[in-house]
Ligand binder design. Sequence first.
Ligand code: ADP
Ligand code: MG
Length: 304
Amino acid sequence: MIENSLDAHSTNIQITVKNGGLKLLQIQDNGTGIRKDDFAIVCERFTTSKLREFDDLQNIATYGFRGEALASISHIAHLTIVSKTCNELCAYKAHFVDGKLQGAPLPTAGNQGTIVTVEDLFFNMSVRKKALRSPAEEYQKISEVVGKYAIHNSKVGFGLRKSNENNDIRTPPDSTCVENIRIVYSNTIARELVDFELENDILKFKARGYMTNVNYSSKKFTFLLFINNRLVDCNNLKKCIDQVYATYLPKNSHPFVYLSLELDPVSVDVNVHPTKHEVHFLNEDQIVEAVCGALETRLLKSNN
Ligand code: ADP
Ligand code: MG
């Protein structure tokens, strides 16, 4: 849902959570909104506004493209959407059940943008519900995801709060990456960051980000990886970066690394896993090696 808000060019995204998201998960944005006429289909499976031509599949610039998120949610939770585009005079509100709009969207007060409200997650699937961890742990996971997106999208303001409480995360719009790392993680990390940037014409990729220098170490390796703006995991890369640091940090200590990789979209397979977390790409080993080599050089330079 955060990705939907980003796709809609939002500059402010506020997330509200009750009971670890099980009771309530609400995302409010100030993006382009959903047209009243589109309410009838937004939650239908495979409905997406993000692919116009077949070729777009090879060149995915938006996060979404499968039209499955809202459809899936409407099958396993109570889903309400309030939305207003710049061309409509008022907002419209509607409920969805099993992919279908219930009744006609009703006019309501609201600013431009969209509020997606998900209530009673897995109310109809007790087995799935039992598989979830405690509300506190679920909230922790939500908080990690929101924090990472806030760092990667520092021009967009993010807020995360438990309902009836103050924000746990609040990053202003038009912030910087380092400022958001400070807000989301700590002053200590933000103070010890070095930036890096690299471009490799042969392997056709760009990398940029921030990593802690050798003065910082932690028991836990915090690794934020975005590939073509998607939050993903790549264990191969993570391990190699940790190895680079192992030479310079005390035993069993790890760094903080935020890395944004831009690869040719054609060479990234975003379809490996339904949640799109695990990404594979062409020339993975060479790219990992090139990135790690550059990080080590940068680390040594910052140390002198
Ligand atoms: P996908 O993102 O793959 O297109 P989703 O199920 O996530 O599929 O969303 C379906 C459609 O609903 C999107 O293509 C978009 O047109 C619309 N939509 C969803 N969330 C938002 C939002 N926050 N702002 C504007 N439009 C949205
Ligand atoms: Mg989507």
